[in-house]
Design a protein around this ligand. Sequence first.
Ligand SMILES: [Zn+2]
Length: 83
Amino acid sequence: MAKNLIQFQKGLSFPDFLAQYGTEAQCGDALFGWRWPAGFVCPECGHAEGFTALRTREPMQCRHCRHQTSVSAGTIVAYTKLP
Ligand SMILES: [Zn+2]
């Protein structure tokens, strides 16, 4: 029987996954890097002047137009209740 190449493809082991994405902060940092690889760009006004963190992590407020957003806003995980 032929080996299922999808099932046995090289990937991330569970310990490696936990090492990279084991905490909410690591996941937030990963989302931020995927969404804004060159640094924060306001989705409302397009300026890249940075943001002010209103609390520990979310929401973030654009320093130019004061639009508030988050790393998860507009993504598939935007309304999740899970950490
Ligand atoms: Zn803005």
